[in-house]
Structure formats: structure tokens, C-alpha cells
Design a protein around this ligand. Structure first.
Ligand code: ADP
Ligand code: MG
Length: 264
């Protein structure tokens, strides 16, 4: 296995304390095998504190599986996942969420029959469960936070609208805002621009860039224009492997990357 990285040329990840200081999250030797098929095969992958990292790659590259492994939804077959100075490889999914890793799934989790505001209430930190969330009175501070977030994603006027009436873009923003409300330290956002119009995509990009100010973010994306807007370090996944890493301008002229994208 090749541990050489530009940042720590001669250090082995076994020296975890060093790596923990440098990275909020790092994966070493992680594989995820389904019925003999290796969906993920990562030698090394690290996210700096307060970084926005974009993961791109063709369909089936293993992007969602990587999120599943980080959040404990899928147990890796081999390897370790370190987050915030701790080995979380064997932690239950619910505990990982509590430790500050939030996720927006490819299909956003939004409750159709609840209003936009009620959906937000459900994400307030505190006792879990729909009943306790809807019956407990939120504090003024919490109410203000919800309103500020809804305004930021242009959903303030829709606060009392049932989520079923939202457009696809509005659902994405509601899902992202709910996630922010739960105050995760690391945010995983899976394909936020999928199915959005150009102007919706642009607003989504602005929102993610704003989040970058006080979160560490992993954004999975397919759309190249959107990735350009995010102007961040990119990791290219292909057939489960990390194929290239660097600025978009650099990775997109990498012959392996061109082949991976055009060869399909
Ligand atoms: N739970 C699972 N069981 C079997 N195969 C899976 C499972 N999850 C993902 N895969 C397979 O792993 C590969 C990577 O999938 P995925 O991570 O969803 O790719 P991406 O998100 O990059 O499009 C695909 O071939 C997919 O069919
Ligand atoms: Mg996916």
C-alpha cells in the first residue's frame, strides 16, 4: 500500500495522533465488498479540518458507498475510518451521527405531510422522535435560527407550506438546512445538484460555499459546471479507487480521468 502523500511524505498512518491533528477524517485501507464485488477500495483518503472536498466519479464509482462507510451505514470489509481523533470504524450509525457527522442522502429526507417549518423543528438538537419534536416548544433562539436558515435558502415564504408542494430544488435546500440545524461538524452532501435547473444549481453552490465558513464538507457531485463553481480540491473515484486528487483544472486533464469519464 502506498502511504506517500504530499503533506506527510514519510509518515505512516499508524502514527494516528499526527494524522488526527491534520485531518478531521481519514480512511486507510478501506474496502467494501458486496458478494465478492469490491465497490470501494481506498488506500488512503483524508479531509482537512474546515475543508470543502468534492468527490466526483462516474456512476457506480463507489461515491455513495464511501458515504455509507463514513456514516456507519455500511461496515467496511477491511480498513479503518478515523474521525475527530477517534477510530469510528465499528461505531453504530446513530452514535456516529451524534458525534457530529451529518448527511444529506441522494434522495433528500423530507416529511411530505409536515410543513417546511415543522421539518426544520424535527432537526433541532434534543430529544428525538417526531412526537417530542413537534410537541416541545422551541426556544426563541431556535426559532430565530430556523427563520434565518429558511431565509438564506429562500424558503421563508414557504414556512407554513406542506413539504409535498415544494419543487425538487426547494426540497434539496430544506434537507440541507435541516442538516445545518442539527449542527454537524462534518457534512456529507450526496449529489445536491442532481435534477436541478441551472439557477437552482447555482444557489445550491452558493449555499455550500457559505457553509464552508464553519463546517467541513464532503460534496459528491457529477455535474462539472457545479464542481467548477465550488472551486475546491477534488478527489476522483473510479471503480472504487481514488484515481486522482487536486484542483479541478489539474484532475480534468489527467488521462486516466478522461478515460474513466469518456470510456463509458
Ligand atoms: N448494498 C449493496 N449491495 C450490493 N452492491 C452494492 C451495494 N451498494 C452499492 N453496491 C454496488 O457498488 C457499486 C458502487 O455503488 P455506489 O456507491 O452507489 O456508486 P455511485 O454513488 O458512485 O454511483 C455499484 O456497482 C453498486 O451496484
Ligand atoms: Mg451515488
Amino acid at each position: 500500500m502506498d502511504w506517500i502523500t504530499p503533506d506527510y511524505p514519510n509518515e505512516h498512518p499508524a502514527q494516528n495522533s499526527l494524522w488526527d491533528k491534520k485531518y478531521l477524517l481519514f480512511l486507510t485501507g478501506v474496502t467494501a465488498v458486496f458478494d465478492g464485488f469490491k465497490a470501494l477500495d481506498i488506500d488512503y483518503f483524508g479531509i482537512f479540518h474546515n475543508e470543502l472536498r468534492v468527490i466526483i466519479g462516474p456512476n457506480g464509482a463507489g461515491k455513495s458507498t464511501m458515504c455509507d462507510v463514513i456514516t456507519g451505514k455500511t461496515r467496511p470489509t477491511t480498513g479503518t475510518v478515523h474521525y475527530n481523533g477517534e477510530d469510528i470504524t465499528k461505531k453504530p450509525e446513530a452514535e456516529i451521527v451524534r458525534s457530529g457527522i451529518g448527511r444529506k442522502f441522494q434522495t433528500p429526507t423530507v416529511y411530505d405531510s409536515l410543513t417546511v417549518y415543522q421539518n426544520m423543528e424535527l432537526s433541532l438538537p434534543g430529544p428525538k422522535g417526531v412526537w417530542s419534536a413537534l410537541t416541545a416548544r422551541e426556544t426563541k433562539v431556535e426559532r430565530d435560527r430556523i427563520m434565518t436558515l429558511l431565509e438564506r435558502v429562500r424558503l421563508l415564504d414557504a414556512a407554513d407550506t406542506e413539504a409535498r408542494y415544494l419543487s425538487h430544488g426547494q426540497r434539496q435546500w430544506l434537507a440541507i438546512s435541516s442538516l445545518i440545524l442539527s449542527q454537524p461538524r462534518l457534512l456529507l452532501v450526496d449529489e445536491p445538484a442532481a435534477g436541478l435547473t441551472d439557477s437552482e444549481t447555482e444557489l445550491t453552490g452558493e449555499l455550500l460555499l457559505e457553509l464552508k465558513k464553519d463546517h467541513t464538507l464532503i460534496v459528491i457531485e457529477h455535474d462539472m459546471d457545479f464542481v467548477r463553481q465550488l472551486d475546491s480540491r477534488v478527489t476522483v473515484l473510479c471503480e472504487g479507487k481514488s484515481m486522482a486528487e487536486g484542483p479541478l483544472e489539474e484532475v480534468k486533464v489527467n488521462p486516466d480521468v478522461i478515460e474513466a469519464y469518456l470510456g463509458r
